[in-house]
Design a protein around this ligand. Sequence first.
Ligand SMILES: Nc1nc2c(ncn2[C@@H]2O[C@H](COP(=O)(O)OP(=O)(O)OP(=O)(O)O)[C@@H](O)[C@H]2O)c(=O)[nH]1
Ligand SMILES: [Mg+2]
Length: 216
Amino acid sequence: MTSYKREVTTVPLGEKVAIMGQFYSGKTCLNQRIIRGVDWCDRAYEATIGTAYGTKFMEVGDFKIKLGIWDTAGSERFLAISRNYYRNSGAIIVCYDITSLESYNKAVEWWKKLLEEEKDSLLYLCGNKKDLVLGPELKYNRRVDFHDAREFAEDSGGKFFETSSKTGEGVVELMTEIAKDLIEKKKRLGEIEPDRLVLEHERMKMKKANCSNCLR
Ligand SMILES: Nc1nc2c(ncn2[C@@H]2O[C@H](COP(=O)(O)OP(=O)(O)OP(=O)(O)O)[C@@H](O)[C@H]2O)c(=O)[nH]1
Ligand SMILES: [Mg+2]
C-alpha cells in the first residue's frame, strides 16, 4: 500500500512580529503567554522600558515559521524607540484593554498611523483582558464593543481578536492566524514553495540512493 506522509518544511527566513499599544494594555503579558505559554499577570506590573524580544516557532500545515516577537513599551516616553522596533514588521499586533476606552482610542490612533507608514505589515487588532469581562457581573466592565472594534479592523483590511493573556483564551487563535497569513504571503511572493504531499516510498528510495539534497 502506498503511504503518504506530510513533510514539514521550516521556512528559511523568519518574520518579525511587533506588539504595540497603550501602556498597561497587557502587551508584556501577551508576549509571555505567546512565548512561554504562562500567566505573567500574577506578577506586579512593571512598565516595559525600551523593548523585549522573544521567539516562537509556529507550525501551520506543511510549514514551520520562526516568529521574532518584539514587545514594545506603551509609555509615550519611549515612542521614538518603539518605532525602530515595529518598522518593517511582517505583522503588527495593536493591543488595547477591553475595559479601557482610552486604550482603544489609542489603538485606533496607532492603527491609522500604521496604515500610512507600514503598508507592507499585516495588522491585527487585539482586545486584551477578556477574562475581566466574562460572566453576568463582569460584562459591565466592558468599555469597547466587540462588533465596533471588529468592524473597524476589518474595514481597513486587518483582523480582529479578543484575548486574555491571563487565561490564554484566544492567544493560540491569534498566533495561528498570524503564522498562516505570513506563510501565505511568503507563498504569494514566491519565497516558499506551495504545500506538497510527499510519497513516502519515494522518499525512502531517495534516502537509499543517498540523495542527500533531495526532498529535504
Ligand atoms: N486580568 C488580566 N490582567 C491583565 C491581562 N494582561 C495584562 N494584565 C495586567 O495588566 C497590567 C499591565 O500588563 P502589562 O503586560 O505589563 O502591560 P504593558 O502593555 O506591557 O504595559 P507597558 O509595558 O507599560 O507598555 C498588569 O498588572 C497585568 O497583570 C489580562 O489578559 N487579564
Ligand atoms: Mg510591557
